[in-house]
Design a protein around this ligand. Structure first.
Ligand code: GRG
Length: 299
């Protein structure tokens, strides 16, 4: 069956399998010295994540008719950065968590120093694979992909957002400050996933602008839904410790706006995101379906 005609669950399963196989190929073998370190890197990645960011890479890549080989590498690079961020976020010096993706966190399964190094190596592996020769990609476009991913990961993106988050514990943030934090911490990598997929193929500048609007709204919506789930779902369903935001006195959309207003805000962001894709017509089907999934997900 042609991928475009698959139902969303079948398409997601196919793309999740696709990125899983690609991740197995790019991660260092556990048979290779230093075995335990490589085992920690593989544990941190191959442990049952939803692969939302790779799915966004593939969906945006369908729009730009990007080559699968390039999308596989872009999807892996984004997921490696995401997995590294989870390993470091769970460390005792940050969130100090013991449960991730339904399993002991990397530093519990191994040890703190190994988890720290495994996170570092996952981050650099992302840039190593993205800078290898890739088919049908000009050097200028490849540099653009590298720049998008490095910016999204660094001080102007995820790491900067995490720094704001750590400094905000026990403080009152207003909604604009919370939005800025999450646009960096969660939104930047989601945006990068969409832009990497789009730039991996052929796409017009005005369409990139539309995708940027979509990505901005969905990045924030992802976090609002995460805040709602943290307060409504249990740890077993989430695969991570539920209710941590309130326990750690962290400002969230639920704590600032209340649950009902946070749900209404997520719905507004969802509508704005869908509207941004109007110029693509039916070609944006997968991204629209993924937007619906991100809003209605239960974990
Ligand atoms: C350590 C530099 C550094 C950054 C950490 C992303 C992040 C910043 C921390 C993760 C903590 C967290 C729970 C953030 C909220 C949103 C989020 C990124 C959730 C996890 O993403 P999912 O739901 O996870 O896609 P899976 O496990 O499915 O991949």
């Amino acid at each position: 069956m042609h991928p475009a005609t698959l139902s969303l669950p079948s398409w997601m399963a196919a793309q999740q399998h696709q990125v899983e196989q690609a991740l197995l190929r790019v991660l260092p073998s556990e048979q290779k010295h230093p075995q335990r370190f490589h085992a920690a890197m593989r544990y941190a990645v191959l442990n049952g994540g939803k692969r939302v960011r790779p799915l966004l890479v593939y969906a945006a890549g369908e729009l730009s008719q990007a080559p699968t080989e390039v999308l596989d590498i872009a999807a892996c690079a984004v997921e490696l950065i995401h997995s590294y961020s989870l390993v470091h976020d769970d460390l005792p010096c940050m969130d100090n968590d013991v449960l991730r993706r339904g399993k002991p966190t990397c530093h519990i399964a191994f040890d703190e120093a190994t988890a720290l190094l495994a996170g570092d190596a996952l981050q650099t592996l992302a840039f190593e694979i993205l800078s290898q020769p890739l088919p049908n990609l000009t050097a200028t476009t490849q540099l653009l992909l590298l720049k998008e991913l490095s910016h999204a990961s660094g001080a102007g993106g995820m790491a900067g957002g995490q720094a704001i988050d750590l400094a905000a514990v026990g403080k009152q943030l207003n909604q604009a400050e919370l939005e800025q934090m999450h646009c960096l911490k969660t939104g930047a990598l989601i945006r990068a996933a969409i832009l990497l997929g789009a730039h991996a193929g052929q796409i017009e500048a005005e369409h990139i602008a539309a995708l940027e609007r979509f990505a901005g709204r969905m990045g924030l919506a992802f976090q609002v839904v995460d805040d709602i789930l943290d307060c409504e779902a249990d740890s077993q369903t989430l695969g991570k410790t539920a209710g941590k935001d309130a326990a750690q006195d962290k400002p969230t959309y639920v704590s600032i706006m209340g649950l009902a207003a946070a749900k209404a805000f997520a719905a507004d962001l969802h509508q704005d995101a869908r509207a941004a894709l109007t110029p693509f017509g039916d070609d944006a089907k997968r991204l629209l379906q993924l937007a619906d999934y991100i809003i209605t997900r239960s974990f």
